[in-house]
Ligand binder design. Structure first.
Ligand code: DX5
Ligand code: ZN
Length: 218
């Protein structure tokens, strides 16, 4: 099933609950939450208190994308705050199996993320234990960047691997997904589509989410 995951990074934080409601009304089904620490990526965003506050305003699952060093330190706090899915970067986790296990032990769905320059093959050993693989189609840290076309090859490769290995993980794509690129990521095999600026950028989140979903499901 194709799902749209509005990324609140591009929303108006002062009106966060309203922004989420608008994206939900337009068909968004999972809320993507970008956590940045100023070390793993050169930007700062938000932490568990924001997830806790927002939890009261929506029943949609929260997909927390950890762009931090030592994500294990924050697993319990995000789980308590009400996060549902958590993805950690291959590049930030020297003990990736431990990190993914910890996420599951805390009742969240674990996902592994790979940066644009990281090949799919390095995450082969953990594919059986993840709920989703997140393919970064921009270098993480900022919204509004341009989609990197070779990400499509990685999505296709993951889809093949899933079939060959008889697995069920979902394939998520994040970065530069907009009206121009969304059809190509779906054709390549992604089914969880993160969009930040394309949903929240123009001030009409409901209509923009609806349009993206129409283009994705064509
Ligand atoms: C970037 C974040 C993305 C970001 C995507 O590091 O992981 O989730 O919000 O923004 P757009 O959709 O504008 O590329
Ligand atoms: Zn993200």
């Amino acid at each position: 099933m194709i799902e749209l995951l509005p990324s609140i990074l591009a929303s108006d934080f002062a009106r966060l609950a309203d922004e989420v409601h608008a994206a939900e009304a337009g068909g968004g089904t999972v809320i993507h939450v970008d956590v940045m620490d100023g070390h793993f990526v050169p930007n700062l965003t938000l932490g568990p208190p924001l997830v806790k506050s927002l939890r009261k305003h929506t029943k949609l699952p929260f997909d927390v994308h950890m762009m931090v060093e030592r994500p294990d330190d924050f697993v319990a706090a995000f789980a308590e705050a009400g996060a549902n899915w958590m993805s950690v970067h291959y590049e930030a986790c020297p003990h990736l199996h431990r990190s993914l296990s910890l996420i599951r032990e805390h009742g969240m769905e674990p996902g592994v993320v790979i940066n644009p320059a990281t090949p799919v093959e390095v995450i082969l050993p953990v594919l059986p234990m993840v709920h989703h693989v997140l393919v970064m189609s921009v270098n993480p840290g900022f919204g509004g960047q341009k989609f990197i076309p070779f990400s499509l090859d990685k999505i296709r490769r993951l889809k093949e691997l899933r079939q060959e290995l008889g697995l069920t993980f979902r394939i998520e794509v994040d970065g530069g997904v907009d009206a121009e690129t969304i059809a190509s990521v779906v054709t390549a095999g992604a089914d969880l589509l993160v969009a930040g600026s394309a949903v929240f950028g123009g001030g009409h989140a409901e209509q923009q989410a609806r349009l993206l979903l129409e283009l994705a499901r064509k």
